[in-house]
Design a protein around this ligand. Structure first.
Ligand SMILES: CC(C)(COP(=O)(O)OP(=O)(O)OC[C@H]1O[C@@H](n2cnc3c(N)ncnc32)[C@H](O)[C@@H]1OP(=O)(O)O)[C@@H](O)C(=O)NCCC(=O)NCCS
Length: 154
C-alpha cells in the first residue's frame, strides 16, 4: 500500500451512504441487524465531527466523534474500516488522528464496544483503552455494551 495515497480529512457528505454501507456490512452493525439506513442516520447528526479515510481518492474508513458525547467529554461514536482493507494499519491511523485532536484540549476519550465484538476489544485494549463499565442487555438481551476510556498521557 502506497502510504502517500492515504488521506484523513473531513468526511464529504456525499460519502455518507458509502460509509453506511461499510458499517452495515460488518459487525457489530451486521450482527445487530442495523442496516444501511440506520447506519446513515447514526453518522449524519449536525453536532458530529466526521473524519473520512481516503485511499486513492475512495473513502475506505470513517471515524465519527461527538465532541461532548460522554460526561461532557469526546465520545467516539463509530470507527470503521472497509473489511477489504482491515489489518493493514488504517484503523490505527484513523484512531490516532481522533486522539490527536481530542487530546489537544481534553483529558478523556470514551467509546463503547459491543460484547460480541472481540476483535475491536483487543484493538482498543492494545491502544491504551481500559474498560470502565458495562451496559447490560443494551441492544437486546445478552448483548452488552462495554464502556472504554482512554486518558491522555501527561
Ligand atoms: C476495529 C477496526 C476499525 C480496526 O481497523 P484495522 O484497519 O483493521 O486496524 P489495524 O490494521 O490498525 O489493526 C488491527 C489489528 O488486528 C490485527 N488483525 C489481524 N488480522 C486481522 C484481520 N483479518 N482484520 C483486521 N485486523 C486484523 C492487526 O494485526 C492489528 O493488530 P495489533 O492490534 O496487534 O496491531 C476494523 O477492524 C473495523 O472496522 N471493524 C469493524 C467495525 C468495528 O468493530 N469498529 C469498532 C467498534 S465501533
Amino acid at each position: 500500500m502506497n502510504q502517500d495515497s492515504i488521506l484523513i480529512q473531513p468526511l464529504a457528505d456525499t460519502d455518507l451512504p458509502r460509509c453506511a454501507e461499510i458499517m452495515s456490512a460488518q459487525d457489530p452493525w451486521k450482527g445487530l441487524g442495523i442496516g444501511v439506513d440506520r447506519c446513515c442516520f447514526a453518522i449524519s447528526g449536525a453536532h458530529l465531527v466526521r473524519y473520512g479515510l481516503y485511499l486513492e481518492g475512495q473513502v475506505v474508513g470513517l471515524a465519527i466523534v461527538h465532541p461532548t458525547g460522554f460526561a461532557s467529554s469526546p465520545y467516539l461514536v463509530v470507527l470503521a474500516v472497509d473489511a477489504a482493507h482491515t489489518g493493514r494499519g488504517l484503523g490505527s491511523r484513523l484512531l490516532g488522528r481522533v486522539e490527536q485532536e481530542a487530546f489537544r484540549d481534553r483529558r478523556n476519550l470514551f467509546l463503547c464496544v459491543t460484547s460480541f465484538n472481540a476483535r475491536a476489544q483487543r484493538f482498543y485494549l492494545a491502544r491504551g483503552y481500559v474498560q470502565i463499565g458495562v451496559i447490560e442487555d443494551f441492544f437486546k438481551p445478552g448483548v452488552d455494551e462495554f464502556i472504554f476510556r482512554k486518558v491522555r498521557m501527561p
